[in-house]
Design a protein around this ligand. Structure first.
Ligand SMILES: Nc1ncnc2c1ncn2[C@@H]1O[C@H](COP(=O)(O)OP(=O)(O)OP(=O)(O)O)[C@@H](O)[C@H]1O
Length: 265
């Protein structure tokens, strides 16, 4: 459904992404991981039109070359940001209604003013994310984890073809992160295609169908979570080890333990 080929982004002399070929299939929850500065956010920026790139991004076979972020959103490329910005003067339900069907802003405002804000859809999205109880709450009354979920819900309400999530678990405690993972899995099982970027390895390895790994802007591995957590190249990228050390580390499975979240290493 979504495909990149030879995707490259440079910021002045910094090659943030180099020739990245990646694809996300319909209804799949795909993770993109890598150490700090590997290029993960830049990848989402390029897909969604916030960074100029070389190479190609295609959605449903259509080349998105030259399209603005707004045009890409209308075609179904939605994203969340590392910092969740909600409309603090609107209820949670209204925040979600605003994004419905990729409406124009005047239509969304009219729906809210007239109280006709697609309550069935809003309730459906709230149910999927376990947020029905918060429908009439104000965002300021929610925890950080709950606000993150509302941010995801708002993106889901636009009925995207692909939802790109940029570090949704940042700032969440282990319990909140586990809950988020369960909700993302439920969303994927309900048919939403997602690209998940996060540093929480327990979350990413636990919920994704498939993973891509970036290091210094280059794709160094891809595979199912079970393969990735034992891949020597990935261990090397995360732990900064030399080749002979990598063999030992992989064998004694320290990375696997770290990824399982059973140790704070
Ligand atoms: N607007 C920018 N201008 C200049 N350099 C940038 C810009 N955005 C990112 N970079 C550089 O591009 C590289 C990739 O950054 P990016 O933020 O995409 O990495 P990341 O994998 O998302 O990192 P993190 O996990 O820390 O968020 C880094 O070297 C970064 O310093």
């Amino acid at each position: 459904m979504l495909q990149t080929s030879g995707l490259s982004v440079s910021y002045g002399g910094v090659a943030a992404l180099r020739d990245v070929d990646l694809d996300v299939g319909e209804g799949r929850l795909v993770g993109l991981i890598g150490p700090n500065g590997a290029g993960k956010t830049t990848f989402i920026d390029a897909l969604t039109g916030f960074a100029a790139y070389r190479g190609a991004v295609t959605l449903d076979g259509r080349d998105l070359r030259g399209m603005t972020p707004h045009e890409r959103f209308r075609l179904g490329l939605a994203r969340t940001w590392q910092t969740t910005e909600l409309f603090d003067d609107l209820t949670v339900g209204e925040n979600i209604a605003v994004a419905r069907h990729r409406l124009s802003l005047p239509n969304a405002v009219k729906e809210i003013i007239t109280g006709s804000s697609g309550s069935g859809m809003v309730d459906g999205v709230l149910d999927l994310l376990g947020l029905r109880w918060a429908r009439d709450a104000m965002p300021g009354d929610l925890s950080e984890g709950q606000r993150k979920l509302v941010g995801v819900a708002r993106a889901v309400a636009s009925q995207p073809r692909l939802l790109c999530l940029d570090e949704p678990a940042a700032g969440l405690d282990t319990h909140e992160s586990t809950q988020l993972g369960e909700r993302l899995r439920a969303l994927a099982d309900a048919g939403t295609s997602m690209l998940l970027v996060d540093h929480d390895m327990g979350l990413v390895l636990g919920v994704c169908d498939w993973l891509f790994v970036l290091e210094f802007g280059e794709l160094i591995a891809s595979g199912a979570p079970a393969e990735i957590r034992r891949d020597p190249r990935v261990v090397r990228a995360y732990l900064g080890l030399e080749d002979d050390e990598v063999v030992g580390k992989t064998r004694n499975a320290e990375f696997v333990v770290a990824c399982d979240g059973t140790e704070n290493s």
